[in-house]
Write a protein that binds this ligand. Structure first.
Ligand code: GDP
Ligand code: MN
Length: 386
């Protein structure tokens, strides 16, 4: 789960990480009051969306008067922000962080994640922070400092000081950096974080170290034990269909192809998508309806697939291991009765009671193509949705 920059920064402050003064607003009317309260003469208007690259997408605007702040807010509120990290539609802006502008001397990068290769919590740091960190990582990886934390110990002050010196920090800034990194590590460990990142971590002209941005991705599987974090979820920033699907325990991910897939089991779903591609088609979604599928879930899955504008045909591929194929067939028929069917459909059933299930579908009044063989089913749906 992702959270907004303002939420990340509020967590940062609780863990002794310094951030610029800032006020969150929900509409332009509150902008001038916020500016006055901050008491600065330069402000940064920052759109709160769950995507990076906001600076490049016009979502971070430096303003020198209250009027400029208001104009920036008017422009952003209610619109969608498109950045190099969003799709073409972008993400809705309903909250803006107004921050006191900083006199930036240097922009550093600091992040923590679990490195799957070394199986260690790993600190990534760079003197080349800011909006082009991805480019730095790709073109000059030697500029990214990597430090693996001893899995049997913890991050120490000495570790922090050594990383600070690689970042060419001196004097008081070393202490501030140590506090910042220990704080990040503490959040990482105590809140079950996948990725935590400050980019840029700045030094200012008057020699302070501040987190100018904040990004945190939490482990969804551990959210149950972090109520305070789970509360921070903003579903307006998430895919509507994927959320709707998760309410029915369906694993659904929208893609941009034309063949809707309904499959039980993630592995089988991936194999099905591969076969569709192999035979010249392209999947419109990944959908795992799970092991113990019910008629209700099958109906919901149908509904989701059919509301994707780009879908031109549906391939159902069910392996009856735990479930019986005749029950699945009944579920499919009920689902079609409920939500209708206006697209070609191929159903492949294999496993327990597969012949009975296929027979039920063949005898129905709906135009359902049945197949016992997966390759044949894939070829057929590609042909029907061409
Ligand atoms: P991102 O593009 O989504 O990562 O958004 P950031 O919060 O990182 O902001 C993008 C860039 O805006 C930063 O890398 C800074 O260069 C710049 N920026 C942000 N806040 C300030 C500020 O207070 N003063 C100045 N001069 N630049 C800022
Ligand atoms: Mn950033």
């Amino acid at each position: 789960m992702h959270i907004h920059e303002y939420q990340a920064k509020s967590l940062f402050r609780k863990f002794n990480i310094q951030t610029p003064v800032a006020i969150l607003i929900n509409n332009t009317e509150n902008a001038s009051k916020a500016c006055a309260e901050l008491g600065c003469d330069v402000w940064v208007v920052k759109a709160q969306v769950h995507a990076g690259g906001r600076g490049k997408g016009g979502g971070v605007i430096l303003c020198h008067s209250i009027e400029e702040v208001e104009n920036a807010c008017n422009k952003l509120f209610g619109s969608n922000l498109v950045t190099p990290q969003t799709d073409a539609k972008g993400l809705p802006i309903s909250q803006i962080l107004i921050e006191g502008g900083q006199n930036i001397k240097r922009e550093l990068y600091l992040g923590l994640l679990v490195d799957r290769q070394t199986q260690k919590i790993t600190i990534l740091a760079s003197t080349e922070g800011g909006m082009d960190i991805e480019k730095v990582a790709a073109e000059s990886p030697e500029k990214i400092i990597k430090f693996g934390v001893d899995p049997l110990g913890a991050l120490t002050e000495d570790d922090c000081v050594s990383i600070a010196s690689k970042l060419e920090l001196e004097g008081e800034l070393i202490n501030q950096f140590t506090k910042t990194l220990l704080g990040l590590y503490e959040i990482f460990i105590t809140k079950d974080v996948n990725l935590i990142e400050i980019n840029p971590l700045i030094t200012t002209i008057d020699n302070n170290l501040l987190a100018l941005d904040g990004k945190i991705d939490f482990d969804d599987n551990a959210l149950y034990r972090h109520e305070d974090i789970a509360e921070l979820r903003d579903t307006s920033q998430e895919d509507e269909k994927e959320n709707e699907a998760s309410k029915y325990q369906l694993n659904y991910i929208s893609l941009d192809g034309t063949i809707g897939c309904m499959v039980n089991g993630a592995g089988l779903a991936m194999a099905t998508m591969d076969l569709i591609e192999h035979h010249g088609g392209s999947p419109a979604n990944f959908l795992d309806v799970g092991g113990g599928t019910t008629a209700e879930r099958v109906a919901k899955a149908f509904e989701l697939i059919q509301t994707e504008a780009n879908v031109r045909g549906i391939l159902v591929n069910i392996f009856g291991g735990i479930v019986r194929c005749d029950l699945i067939a009944e579920g499919i028929l009920q689902a079609i009765e409920k939500v209708g069917l206006n697209l070609p459909i191929v159903v492949r059933l294999e496993g327990t009671n597969a012949p009975e299930g296929l027979k039920l579908l063949d005898e129905s009044t709906f135009n359902i193509h049945t197949e016992a063989d997966l390759t044949q089913a894939a070829i057929k749906i590609v042909e029907l949705s061409a």
